[in-house]
Design a protein around this ligand. Sequence first.
Ligand code: BG6
Length: 502
Amino acid sequence: MRAPGRAPSGVSAIVIFGATGDLARRKLLPALYHLHLEGLLPGGVAVVGSSRGELGDDAFRELARQAVARFGRHPPEGASWEGFARRLRYAGASFTEPEGLAAVAERLREVGPGAPLFYAAVPPGAFADVVRAIGRAGLAWGSRIVLEKPFGHDLASARALNAVVHEVFDESQVFRIDHYMGKETVQNILALRFSNGLFEPIWNRRYLDHVQITVAEEIGIEGRGDFYEQTGCLRDMVQTHLLQVLTFVAMEPPLSFDPDRLRDEKVRVLRATRVCDPSRAVFGQYEGYREEPGVAPGSRVETFVALELEIENWRWAGVPFFLRTGKRLARRASEVTLVFREVPYNVFREVGVEVLGRNHLTIRIQPDEGVTLAINAKRPGPDFSLGRATMDFDYERAFPTELLDAYELLLLEAMQGDHTLFLREDAVERAWEILEPLLGSPPPVRPYPAGSWGPPEADELIAPHRWHLHGAGRAASGSGRPVQPRAADAPGRPLGTASGTG
Ligand code: BG6
């Protein structure tokens, strides 16, 4: 992770393979432009776009300008854009022909000495070809490579891909990216846990009842039918983003922020996570998915997953982790909620005061970034009654500065050669291993209406608890089907009347 004032990167060029594709246009080119604007992209670093077509520098610059105009945070204008455009070059490539990277090599020679940073923004099936092509072209020495997710499509293919990668690159040159690791709010989980004396003592089975991780998206597959049909939600989101967030929530404190010390702890917690049980998973598909371009009419690909995981160690034994994610859900919200145990003996119940729910600590990854602790408090007035209140940390209010985009941050990290936030091969392989039973015997795919909270079976999975979402009552965060309340969850009051912070 970046410590203030670190040494320059020594990177001469960033070579984006797949430079005309979706990821490059939506994320990488806008991120690089923003880094340039902020003065964070070192002066001499060129950006070489590469793909199968023959574009030419000017056409690539225009493609980049349009991408930044559409997806960037700052308009591509004036001297800043001119300066950035001067960094951009194009080189056609073929990953299968013997001389397929000749044009890339030529561009790198023009750029001058220094190490290239390759970025494989290509479909996952092409990673191995990209790696071999770099090896064949003799460009691997001294370089670094960023590989996108999903890394493989199961354990065996991830192992095979790791073997190919290691034929060409040393592990120290490899940066397997998961952009959730670059989100400020995900990194803040480490700050919250390991720099506050308040939280660490209660971050365990003695005080926590269960943990929820939700990554809800309002968007659908956004024209990526081909990709999604091959990938599905489990591989696209759970094997990657949700399990990575889980590692930050559940890991032991690292001995230092040395990249491998932190990554050791992440792997350790994945190893303690029991391989999942398909009977504790729900798959869903939003209605209308099969009509999306590139999707098979009878597709059984899941666009929603909810599942329960158990972590078998002293900190977490008996504390279920409920994960859910899906597309075309009611709204965009990524959150981690830690639900605390009930007080051991509730004196208020004895005297007839209506008892409210348990405490939750909610970490809002996006949007509305922040952390909220939901507590019970005395309602003002002559009678003693309880009301739900919150203690809030809001990123925007606390730190009125623009948050760096996850890709911006991770590109900087990769340029600096810092592996802390990138995935090591053992972590990727273990994440596949955890999900392997679901890949082999997936549960039935249940339909759900677009704009809902997924199939009702997801509510049954978590019952007698209920899914929480900040700022939402039961009607807004569950699928809408009633679930039997559990006395300890919200004693004495119907779940449908959840107030305040859900
Ligand atoms: C990507 C997935 O990795 O993450 C997409 O491939 C998903 O399907 C996206 O939409 C979500 O990222 P974010 O940052 O918008 O939450």
